[in-house]
Design a protein around this ligand. Structure first.
Ligand code: SF4
Ligand code: SF4
Ligand code: FES
Length: 313
């Protein structure tokens, strides 16, 4: 006799409008889901499809008719009869401000989508003036809450600092960090439960840190790379990608992606191999996999050297 399969209760559909267009999405969907259902592009940075929203960046804000404030599309649930405007003057103004504040203080050169969004919202981060000199190694980590010194206004304050390069597998370039918390959440209770990293400091001096700012090899990090998987700016980067970008050889147009099965153990995680000129250059994992949700362990993420040894001249 066959075993019945529970399929759960079907979700009621919610009817609303997005920029005047009718949408029908399952109850519990976010405004972002509703926008995507009709092909409306909403920029996101701190949103992660495998993580609980943090509402940290506010670049996704939209205007809901009758609401006093703009709301983050990535976390606000859509409701019956809701009327959402994604491109009103207020929305455009807010997104422009977010993009300019981030762009003037953070290196967004490896953040996908930024150039297009800057153009769309007429964001000109350079109008805040030339960037202040980057901090020296360890200087930002040594700052204490309440010690922040405001600049003289001739330069734009920046979080730029030297790259933390302390292990063979990945580098941390916190001059590219927008403080979205995604790496912290992936390392902590949402996925890895390792809690190797957290947020230290306050305000503009806050940053991602290991306990007591230890080098990664001395910290609790288990090198799963799940933080790299979710980082939206390239602040966390495979060493292979980092070195190829330095050499000027990183070229995503030349890369193919093949999803296969990790052979290290019986769990059978899906791994997606990014290959450029017959060389594996990094490994990701499909976010829609119902078991792993984009997460891997050190073996699946970095253990491809039995296939090849990256040349280090
Ligand atoms: S590699 Fe894994 S354990 Fe290490 S900081 Fe990233 S998420 Fe945490
Ligand atoms: S390192 Fe990346 S994932 Fe972590 S807070 Fe910064 S931008 Fe977000
Ligand atoms: S993407 Fe929605 S608040 Fe950052």
């Amino acid at each position: 006799m066959s075993t019945p399969v529970a399929i759960g209760t079907p979700r009621r559909l919610v009817e609303a409008t997005v920029d005047g267009r009718q949408v029908r999405v399952p109850e519990g969907s976010t405004i972002l889901d509703a926008c995507e259902s009709v092909g409306t592009d909403v920029p996101t940075l701190c949103y992660g499809d495998t993580l609980t929203p943090r509402n940290a960046c506010r670049v996704c804000v939209v205007e809901v008719e009758g609401a006093r404030t703009l709301v983050p599309a990535c976390s606000r649930r859509i409701e019956d009869s809701m009327s959402v405007a994604t491109d009103s003057e207020r929305v455009r103004h807010s997104r422009k401000m977010v993009l300019e504040l981030l762009g003037s203080s953070v290196d967004l050169s490896t953040t996908p989508g930024i150039a297009e969004w800057n153009e769309r919202y007429d964001a000109r981060p350079e109008r805040f003036g030339p960037r202040a000199e980057p901090a020296t190694m360890g200087e930002r980590d040594a700052r204490r809450a309440g010690e922040h010194t405001v600049g003289d206004g001739t330069t734009a304050e920046t979080v730029e600092q030297p790259v933390k390069d302390d292990n063979d597998l990945y580098v941390r370039d916190y001059g590219k960090c927008i403080m979205c918390y995604k790496c912290v959440d992936a390392c902590g209770e949402q996925w890895q439960n390792t809690f190797a990293i957290g947020i230290a400091g306050r305000g503009f001096d806050a940053g991602v840190s290991t306990e007591h700012d230890l080098a990664l090899p001395d910290s609790a990090c288990v090198y799963c790379g799940n933080c790299i998987e979710v980082c939206p700016t390239g602040a966390l980067m495979f060493r292979s990608e980092y070195e190829m970008r330095q050499e000027g050889t990183w070229d995503e147009e030349k890369q193919s992606q093949t999803t296969t099965v990790c052979t290290y153990c019986g769990v059978g995680c899906n791994v997606t191999l990014h290959v450029q000129e017959n060389e594996i250059v990094k490994v990701t994992s499909p976010h829609d996999n119902p078991v792993t949700h984009g997460n891997l362990c050190i073996k699946g993420r970095f253990g491809y050297q039995h296939v090849q040894q990256r040349r280090r001249d």
